[in-house]
Design a protein around this ligand. Structure first.
Ligand code: HEC
Length: 204
């Protein structure tokens, strides 16, 4: 026998052995695998909702310290009432300054996405839905909106008012302030007197 044949016979034997072992040691899917260092899987620590004798109150999850505010859940101490809308108007201030270009830019995006459908691109209350039977909202450049304080607008955006929906689920707190900033800039644009026509003979 040549060495090559010996190797072939040897490999054949190995193959037959492996295949027959595979038949003998059949995996039983109904049986658990051997667990090595099971403590890694089954933690000895208490589950967060479980009873815990080592803690005052007996629950692993501790109660938050009173007065704690969860991240992302800033409370707003106003109700959806006309009185609180007035109070919000007197107490709340826009955290963004009028010259904050980033916030203004953000406000323009929010306005285009959430408000323009009803209020119209320039705030005149002529958005596309008003041509399909939705009662047109008052102009955001009208006297009422011009006099309205930022805080009161914030209250309207947060709780809605009559046909105006409430927006906290879609528009974050910061975005609501940004869009108010943008409404103010729209108002300034429409309040600006139209420039006088150029004198005759001057090429504009
Ligand atoms: C579904 C249509 C609709 C959408 C969308 C909408 N509004 Fe309104 N909005 C109204 C209506 C209608 C009113 C008038 C409510 C009333 O009668 O008091 C109103 C009133 C207002 C007022 C008070 C105006 C005033 O003179 O009393 C402000 C400010 C305002 N909306 C801002 C916004 C902003 C900002 C957005 C986008 C986040 C927005 N609205 C989205 C329909 C809408």
């Amino acid at each position: 026998m040549t060495p090559r044949n010996i190797l072939n016979v040897f490999l054949l034997v190995v193959l037959v052995t492996v295949l027959s072992l595979n038949f003998v040691i059949r995996r039983d899917p109904g049986q658990r695998n051997v667990e090595i260092m099971a403590e890694m899987v089954n933690s000895v620590a208490y589950e967060s909702q479980a009873e815990n004798p080592a803690v005052v109150g007996g629950n692993t999850a501790l109660q938050p310290v009173s007065g704690t505010i969860a991240r992302g859940f800033m409370p707003l101490h106003y109700e959806a009432t006309p009185e609180d809308a007035k109070r919000a108007g007197a107490e709340l201030m826009n955290p963004f300054a009028a010259e904050d270009a980033r916030s203004l830019d953000r406000g323009a995006t929010v306005y285009a996405n959430f408000c323009a459908v009803c209020h119209g691109a320039t705030g005149l209350g002529d958005g596309p839905v008003t041509t399909r039977g939705f009662p047109p909202p008052p102009s955001l450049n009208g006297e009422n909106a011009l006099k309205m304080s930022d805080g009161q607008m914030f209250h309207i955006l947060t709780y809605g008012q009559k046909n105006m929906p409430s927006y906290p689920s879609q528009v974050t707190r910061g975005d609501r302030w940004s869009v108010i900033l943008y409404i103010r800039s729209l108002q300034k644009q429409t309040q600006r007197p139209t420039p006088p026509p150029p004198p005759p003979g001057v090429n504009p």
